[in-house]
Design a protein around this ligand. Structure first.
Ligand SMILES: *[C@@H]1O[C@H](CO)[C@@H](O)[C@H](O)[C@H]1NC(C)=O
Ligand SMILES: *[C@@H]1O[C@H](CO)[C@@H](O)[C@H](O)[C@H]1NC(C)=O
Length: 409
């Protein structure tokens, strides 16, 4: 059993934020002047079990990815997987029931035939595929299923990240892992609001029944004639279905020793677009976890529709905005969009279809091919320019005006 989770207190986080700001914001020389202060922070009984960097026994955080795909997305998923691959992380691929068994088999064979995946054994395809669609609770249930598999299979990851074929990274995994190693490992990135606006009438009041939960074909959801009132024993939150969640929070959602996650799961079963509200409502109604939220999903998106329903397809026109955002991921991209090649070349420093280079890549056996065909240790992290961009975004999200005032409001 893991130790029960100890909630972050306001003071802890404030203190750690200061340390973080100092660590991230200061040049090397100033760092040495600060060292005594950091040491104090490090050994203070108040600071949660080792969330600060620079201790020799401290490993970089591991990330656990769910990559979801549907019919016809096999090639995009392979490209995405190689771009976000790092031997230090875990990857679970789910190809839903709309795809054919051949497509699922093809992906399994791909995973089994790539020497790097075989060597590190950290990529897996979900065996029992499910129906997944945006309307209704199936997307939420498949996300929870994946998180449960990842919790069971590996105990040593720190954050869960859900991606699908329309996502793409803007920085390398080395950059992401490097920056996350400065953060308390119980932080959760969930974009959320209780100002549900139009969603009250279109999402919260209708009652739906989704045959996708018990049938295998993608038929439409049923709508009940009656509407329900807004709940009074908890407050509804909605937001982005893209999340980055901590181990302790997912363990809380899935093991269910507190009844809140279970009650909300039942409530959200009859909710349109549950994946845009479940984690948000659980985390903000939990005293233990609401202080761990950062109100951002770390994805770059653009919208041109009102109300915001689906993000725009990104193109080369948006390239500089993507870079300036500092976000580690962006969505949505269409297959083979030229901007993906630009991201590969300029941000990830690789060619299409190759691994994103990192500290684990030692070179290639032949000139001019993938630099990760010869590889070394998984935990050697070599940050590049991308880490400065993400650092900038996080400093903004964690500053006094943004962090506490935007939690669960
Ligand atoms: C969460 O933070 C608020 C504001 O900083 C503080 O008043 C509250 O006690 C904290 N809750 C927990 C459970 O730590
Ligand atoms: C994005 O492109 C896809 C495929 O070309 C298209 O079906 C979809 O409607 C586009 N989405 C938006 C928001 O323009």
């Amino acid at each position: 059993m893991r130790k029960p989770h100890r909630p972050v207190t306001g003071n802890d986080l404030l203190h750690r934020n200061k340390v973080l700001a100092l660590l991230l914001g200061l040049p090397i020389l100033a760092f040495f002047l600060l060292l005594p202060a950091l040491r104090r922070g490090h050994t203070s009984p108040n600071s949660s079990s080792g969330t600060l960097p620079f201790s020799a026994d401290r490993q970089p955080p591991k990330l656990a990815y769910l990559i979801s795909a549907t019919r016809g997305e096999g090639r995009r998923v392979k490209r995405l997987l190689k771009s976000v691959y790092h031997p230090w992380n875990y990857y679970l691929l789910h190809v839903d029931l709309a795809a054919s068994p051949e497509e699922r088999q093809d992906l399994k064979e791909y995973v089994g035939s790539e020497p790097v995946f075989v060597k590190f054994g950290n990529v897996q395809v979900v065996e029992n595929a499910e129906v997944v669609r945006f309307k209704g609770p199936t997307m939420m249930s498949s996300t929870l299923h994946a998180a449960a598999i990842l919790l069971r299979e590996a105990k040593d990851w720190s954050w869960f990240i859900n991606l699908d074929a329309a996502d793409y990274p803007l920085i390398s995994q080395d950059d992401l892992i490097h920056i996350l190693s400065f953060l308390p490992r119980d932080l959760n990135f969930v974009e959320h609001t209780s100002n549900i606006g139009w969603k009250e009438h279109q999402r919260a009041r209708p009652i739906i029944v989704d045959p996708g939960l018990y049938g295998s074909d993608k038929t439409e959801v049923f709508w009940a004639k009656d509407k329900r009132s807004l709940p009074s024993s908890f407050k509804l939150f909605v937001g982005s279905s893209c999340v980055i969640l901590s181990w302790p929070f997912l363990e809380f959602c899935i093991l269910g020793w507190d009844n809140l996650p279970r009650t909300l799961l039942m409530y959200y079963t009859n909710f349109l677009a549950s994946s845009e509200g479940y984690f948000h409502t659980v985390i903000c109604n939990s005293m233990d976890f609401q202080n761990t939220t950062i109100n951002h999903d770390l994805r770059f998106k653009m919208w041109d529709d009102q109300p915001r329903q689906s993000p725009m397809n990104l193109t080369s026109e948006h390239f500089s905005q993507m870079v300036d955002s500092g976000a580690p991921f962006a969505r949505t991209f269409v297959e083979n969009s030229p901007v993906l090649d630009q991201i590969d070349r300029e941000l990830l420093k690789k060619s299409r279809g190759e691994f994103t280079p990192g500290g684990w890549c030692l070179g290639s056996s032949k000139p001019r091919i993938d630099t990760c065909t010869v590889f070394g240790k998984a935990n050697i992290i070599k940050p590049t320019a991308g880490s400065r961009r993400l650092e900038g975004l996080l400093l903004k999200l964690l500053d006094e005006e943004n962090f506490r005032p935007r939690q669960c409001k």
